[in-house]
Structures are given as C-alpha cells and as structure tokens.
Ligand binder design. Structure first.
Ligand code: PMP
Length: 422
C-alpha cells in the first residue's frame, strides 16, 4: 500500500484569525475535566460535536417561554412556537442554498433522511434491471438503506471502489455509471478517511446519465459552506448534532420536483390533506414527510447552531480546520509505527491511523487516560476497514475550537501508547 509524501495542506477559505479563547468560552463542556481531572481534549467531533451556550440557551429558552405544539393550536404560545419553527426552516434552506423552505424536510438525522429517500422514492421507483450506485467509502447509513431497497425491488446494488489513498477510483466510477443507474449516493466527506469527494463533478456525470444524486453531507455541512444548487445534487442529508446543534434533528434537502412526486414513508397526523374512512390524501412537501409532532426544540436549537457557525464564518472554520489537520497529519505520521489510513489529496477534519502492533482500542484507552477523546473502531464503515486490511482505526477528528496544544496532547498520547504496548 503506497502513501504519498505529503498530505492535507490547509485549503479552505481565507486566513482570518479567530478569537479562539472567546470561541472556546462559548462551549461550556470544553472547560470540564476528563478522567482524573485532566483537561478534556475533545477530538471526536466526527461522532458528534460540542454545543455552544447559544444553542443550549436557545433550547432552554424555548422550553421556558415558547413551548407549545406547532401548527394545530390557535393560541398565543402555539403561534409563537410555529413562527420560530418556520423561521428555522427558512434559515436551513438559506444555509444549504435550497430554492425554497419547502425543499427542507426535518428528520431525526442523516440516517433517517437517507432511509426516507430509499423507502419513499426508491421503493416505489426502482425496478428489476435498475441500478443504485454507492461507493466503498460510505458510512453504513448511506449503504445499508440502498442494499435493503435493492433487495426489496430487485434493483442491482453497485459500489465504486477506492484507491490506496482512499480516493474514489474515477475510472471505475465511469464504468459503473450506466444508463441503468437510477441513483448515485455518495458521501461528501468520508467519516472514516476524511476524503473530500469531488461531488460536483460526479453529480454532473451522474445526472448526464439520468441518475438522481444523493449527497450524504453529515461530515461536510459542519466544516465548509454548502450550496446544493452549486453541488448539483437532488438530495442532501445532514445531522444537527454534528453541526454544533442538538441530537435528534437532521435535514433532508430534496429538489422540489422530485419531492412532489414522492409518496409518504410514514403516515399519521400533520402530513395529510384530507382523511375519510374511505381513504386519505397527502399534504404537499415538506409536511408530507413529517408525520407526527416534529422535534420542535431541536429545530430551534439547530437554527441557533446555524446562526453560530455563520457568525464565525464557514470559510474561516474550513481554513482553521485545514491548519489543524495539516499539523496533526505531519506530527502523527512522523511517529514510528504509525500508518495513516486515508491520505487523499483533498481531506477535511479527520485523521485515521493505526499503530503497528497495537490494537486501536488500546491506543484509544491510553489516549483516554490522558484526557484525549478519540474514536477507535470501524466508524460504521466496515467496507473501508476491509479495503485497508485493518479491523479498526484510531480516528481523531477536529472542529474549529480545537487547538495546536490539543494536537500536541494527541501526539504525546500516541507516543505513550507506543511506549506502553509497542
Ligand atoms: N453519514 C456519515 C458520513 C456519518 O459520519 C454519519 C454519522 N457518523 C452518518 C451518516 C449518520 O448520521 P446520524 O447518526 O446523525 O444519523
């Protein structure tokens, strides 16, 4: 397996200095202690990111002074909650570059957003002879729902292989993309490798063949500006909790013309137009896909998170994280016995590696002793682990509030793991 000589220079946005102390002060948890009172070094941002007090306050303010169910009640509180909810949808639409708030469906997360498309669009549109194309680097959330719907419909499931660097094999993509491909589902940024995929170019090629394009943006929306129109995708999915917002809230962007044609996948209150005992008709999107009481406080919290990252600036965030990733890559790869897993030319915020002769879980345990929180495992991307011949990796993943000192703590911890187990 070959590794290139250089990896991951900073690449997004301008070099605007950040008031990092001020930013860190916004995140109460960053000031808490980890094991044995050691300062917490939180480098597990790809799993979930921390929340600024602006988000925490928005959620508690909602419960303290605005809580009511939306849409149904005509009373004062319900009107207030409904207005806040609708403003939040408009904010998300603007944040992702959607043409209209009606293209924004609230879900529980990326996983639910992708399952919605698979079970609503896929289950009713796919036929034997059709093909769904994913990639070998997908998170299970953008792989298993497609396997299942292919089994249900008789469509064929295909996957674009990845190279030794952890990039998509574009020749194979061109071979696998055919006139039978009905949908191409691709991660914008791989959570296991950090690879940033050239989604815009891939979308042009896929749509030229008549395929729809779904982008899993769980790992991109928190790190750089997203514009679904510019990406040229039909669907884009992301999760609030990775975007410094609450858990239990995610977003599906869907192109209006396609959402309009899709049937509901869950039914119940708030998604119908007319119900009689003989049958029911559906509300237009997005309500059609939001049966039941939505996660109202979580939506309010997500809007506050978007306000927060927009205030910092997603370009600025991307640039800072590029610097952090560049530093971490250089220092970690210099540790004897370290092999980086994922050395794509375009990467974002994720550093995956293994340490010769030491199980990733043992590296994770030593790091945990030092107060450094990383993830050791397969990262819900088992085909990636198989591709690189490892059972698991250690994954450090960064957010803009991380510091060079925290990367030094990571490096010291890996060196200690090597001394203890190596
Ligand atoms: N896709 C990717 C690339 C992810 O990293 C994740 C979360 N690890 C998901 C999908 C699923 O997101 P969620 O668990 O928030 O639904």
């Amino acid at each position: 397996m070959t590794e290139p000589a250089t990896v991951a220079p900073p690449r997004h946005g301008p070099a605007t200095p950040l008031d990092i102390d001020g930013i860190r002060a916004d995140f109460p948890i960053l000031g808490t202690a980890a094991r044995d009172g050691r300062p917490l070094v939180y480098l597990d941002n790809a799993a979930t990111s921390q929340k600024p007090r602006q988000v925490i306050d928005a959620v508690s303010r909602f419960y303290a002074s605005e809580n009511a169910n939306i849409h149904r009640g005509l009373h004062f509180l319900s009107e207030r909650a409904t207005a806040a909810f609708d403003v939040a949808r408009e904010k998300v639409a603007r944040f992702l570059g959607a043409g209209s708030p009606s293209e924004i469906v609230f879900t529980r997360g990326t996983t639910e957003a992708i399952n919605l498309v698979a079970q609503s669009w896929g289950r009713t549109s796919l036929r034997p002879g059709d093909e769904v194309l994913v990639t070998e680097m997908e998170h299970h959330a953008n792989l298993v729902p497609w396997q299942v719907v292919c089994e249900q419909t008789g469509a064929a499931f295909r996957a674009v292989p990845i190279t030794d660097r952890g990039e998509l094999n574009l020749d194979a993509f061109d071979r696998l993309l055919t006139d039978r491909t009905r949908l191409f589902a691709v991660g914008h940024v791989s959570n296991a490798l950090g690879t940033m995929n050239p989604v815009r170019e891939l979308a042009v090629r896929a749509r030229a063949r008549g395929a729809l394009v779904l982008v899993d943006g769980a790992q991109s929306a928190p790190h750089f500006p997203i514009d679904v129109a510019e990406l040229g995708c039909d669907f884009f999915a992301c999760s609030g909790h990775k975007l410094f917002g609450p858990t239990g809230i995610g977003v599906l962007y869907g192109r209006k013309a396609i959402l309009d044609e899709m049937p509901p996948w869950q039914t119940g209150g708030d998604m119908v137009e007319r119900v009689t005992l003989e049958g029911s008709t559906w509300a237009p999107p997005p309500a059609r896909f939001e049966a039941g009481t939505p996660p109202i406080a979580e939506v309010i919290g997500l809007a506050a998170a978007i306000d927060y990252v927009e205030r910092v600036g997603l370009d600025v965030i991307g640039h800072r994280e590029g610097e952090l990733l560049g530093r971490a890559t250089e220092l970690v790869r210099a540790i004897p016995g370290v092999r980086l897993v994922g050395t794509a030319r375009e990467k974002a915020a994720v550093l995956s590696f293994v340490l010769d002769g030491v199980h990733p879980h043992d590296v994770g345990t030593v790091l945990d002793d030092e107060g450094v929180a990383v993830r050791a495992g397969h990262h819900c991307a088992q085909p990636v682990m198989r591709r690189f011949g490892v059972p698991a990796t250690v994954r450090a993943s960064f957010a803009f509030y991380n510091t060079a000192d925290e990367i030094d703590a990571l490096v010291r911890g890996v060196e200690r793991a090597r001394a203890v187990f190596g």
